[in-house]
Design a protein around this ligand. Structure first.
Ligand SMILES: C[S@@+](CC[C@H](N)C(=O)[O-])C[C@H]1O[C@@H](n2cnc3c(N)ncnc32)[C@H](O)[C@@H]1O
Length: 320
């Protein structure tokens, strides 16, 4: 049986844990908010509708095509906003250029959007053939997934698939890739997906290339590096009482969020061997609560949400 694939304009766009984000960011009319990952603008438009005509939303998006689609959706709200094409890793400069200060809320909803996954020519998907690209901003002169697959050593590929993909056949897949690329470099998504499928035994429900594609996407876009850079800057842009919400889909991303927020919430970051505190570290945020997960209902309606974890933190007032 052939499975019907919806056309791009028919795709239903789900914003993961949208109700929880609105509730935990505690948005009020007139608030100033920043969405660092506008994507399909589902969260952005819901936030704009909450903060209304007296509020203001800034939205950052790395992918120029996604940004234009989002603009149309946000215009429909009739409320004031500004979209910024850029990488949230550069938030400090972007905020300075656009006058972003004293925010009530910041959101990061990490990863890719369904539109990127479904546009074959972006090279994110192993289901449809396209160039092996995966760059969120194809205009940037950065290495593509094909560059990684064709030039990294076997050891580096194995380590990449193991750490960022949590792929248990990482060594075997890296070996087969290196063997095959001697005869013909990898240029297409399906070419790589078929090679991976041929290298590993048939196993669980997910496609055998899922984890390798995830690892390549995270590496090509330096997603973990960008996350490490943005979190302290984003917290610094909050006014006292302002909140940050981060939705992560990967355990390594979530670990970065958890540890960074935790470090920002404690009053001492001295090494444990020091007998007395010498760091004079001041907590910037209240100690964050536990991660929140999507409801069973959401997971049944939108299965990719099953791996989402939402963490929220609140900025403290400066001590005097
Ligand atoms: C999961 S989607 C966001 C979906 C969005 N919250 C919604 O409701 O439609 C993540 C988006 O973040 C963008 N993105 C990922 N990394 C980024 C970065 N470093 N800087 C800016 N945008 C980024 C991706 O291009 C993608 O469109």
């Amino acid at each position: 049986m052939v499975k019907e694939v919806p056309a791009l304009h028919e795709l239903k766009h789900y914003s993961v844990m949208c109700e929880e984000v609105l509730e935990h960011l505690d948005l009020q009319p007139g608030n100033r908010v920043l969405d660092c990952t506008v994507g399909g603008a589902g969260h952005s438009s819901a936030m704009l509708n909450r903060i209304g005509a007296d509020g203001f939303l800034w939205g950052i998006e790395r992918d120029p095509r996604t940004l234009e689609r989002a603009r149309k959706r946000l215009e429909e709200t009739g409320h004031p906003f500004q979209l910024i094409h850029g990488n949230f890793a550069e938030l400090e400069q972007l905020a300075e250029q656009s006058g972003i200060v004293a925010l009530d809320a910041v959101l990061l909803d990490l990863g890719t959007s369904i539109f990127q996954l479904r546009e074959a020519e972006r090279g994110f998907s192993f289901m449809e053939d396209g160039p092996l690209d995966m760059r969120m901003n194809p205009d940037e002169d950065e290495p593509s997934a094909a560059d990684v697959v064709n030039t990294w050593s076997e050891t580096d590929l194995r380590d990449l698939f193991r750490t960022l993909g949590e792929e248990k056949f990482a060594g075997r897949i890296a070996r087969v890739i290196v063997e095959k690329r001697r005869r013909e470099p990898f240029t297409r998504t399906v070419q790589l997906a078929d090679t991976i499928a041929g290298a590993v035994p048939k196993r669980d429900k997910i496609h055998p290339a899922t984890r390798v594609f995830q690892a390549l996407r995270i590496a090509v876009n330096d997603e973990l590096g960008a996350l490490e850079r943005v979190l302290p800057v984003a917290v610094n842009l909050l006014k006292p009482g302002g909140r940050i919400a981060v939705i992560a889909f990967h355990s390594l991303e979530d670990r970065i969020v958890k540890q960074t927020l935790r470090t920002m919430s404690v009053d001492c970051i001295c090494p444990p061997r020091l007998p007395i505190c010498a760091c004079q570290h001041e907590p910037l945020i209240a100690r964050p609560g536990k991660a929140l997960f999507p409801s069973d209902k959401e997971v049944s309606e939108n299965s990719p949400s099953r791996s989402a974890r939402l963490r929220v933190a609140r900025r403290l007032s400066p001590s005097v």
